[in-house]
Design a binder for this molecule. Sequence first.
Ligand SMILES: *Cc1c(COP(=O)(O)O)cnc(C)c1O
Length: 384
Amino acid sequence: MTDSSIITLSEKSVKNNVSFFKSKLGDRAKISAVVKANAYGHGIEQIVPVFEKYGIDHFSVFYYSEAVRVYNCLSKPRSIMVMGWMCDENIRDAIIKGIEFFVFSLERLSAAIEFARALHLKAKIHIEVETGMNRSGLNSDALNKAISIIKENREQIEISGFCTHLAGAESISNYFRIQNQLQKYNEMLANFEANDLFPQYKHVANSAAAFVYPEARMDLVRVGIMLYGFWSSAEVFIQYINSQKNKIDPLKRILGWTSQIMTIKEVKSGEFVGYGISYLAQTNITTALVPVGYSMGYSRSLSNKGRVLIRGHRCSVIGVVNMNMIIVDITHVKNAEVGNEVVLIGKQGKLEIKVSAFSEISDELNYEILAHLSESISRIIVKK
Ligand SMILES: *Cc1c(COP(=O)(O)O)cnc(C)c1O
């Protein structure tokens, strides 16, 4: 291995997760694969073609720059939806490329219409309404204004969607807030449709909502975290598994991350290891240096807490995580050698290091750990 570390992506797991979601959702609701944050760290260029191979033909991103990356790696034109940031120049380019985008303000609606008119094209927009999350979206007054603007400019606008985002479907504590949001959404939609404006897709659900609130599935679900094999929260998992006869997790994690031993050292009892005084050897120990640190996404909060796998053994990270290195205790590992595989995330033999275990010891969300995996790490697809 020439790289200091490598991310592997399991094609079999992609297939498994996509087909699980499809069977769960039935025919009506389409899946939009959310591939923001470099496809939750998996790598847009690597994972998008695999999603495509297993039948995904709709993709969601946050930044316009991500939309362009998806656009460039698709085998043919498919729906790409920008849920967040674009500058005015991006709006123009999106209309040319047929990339869809959220409209959450009247300014963006006007910009879309102006560019579309100049280009003699239609802007494909998703009207995003404010239903109670208070993050982005048109409130009732702004929606009424948008309705009249759209009616005056029908030639410039294609209404690809009508949407909102729910504030925390992964926790039952948000149940009433979400019920209120769904009610508000339905009222706003009724108003929209009463004006003879009919969106192609009605959509409000992320992974958790698609599971917990079947009525939220509508025509399209924007699935991120669960497509990658992670449950949105322990609650969503427990609720699902309790309803099943066999208690097997139907999702499979796609991503693995491995490195190798760079050098091995003996450290005497009473010596400190690494920077400062964060780790003191209590006995004579053997350590291995692994060339991965926080610059690659191995969180500093795993200092003295992280675990890796070497030769089928669990080994502890000792001392602080450095920018490019971690030191692990391999005293109990027989015959460890420079070049031996070090599993940072994923399986080795019977053992597994899970991202969820990272989050438990470091207070970071699955989402956050995945999103921090550096784009500079090589990613390869493996068949198994
Ligand atoms: C990130 C995001 C999603 C996907 O959420 P998951 O919990 O990863 O499924 C859906 N919709 C919007 C608006 C998002 O920002």
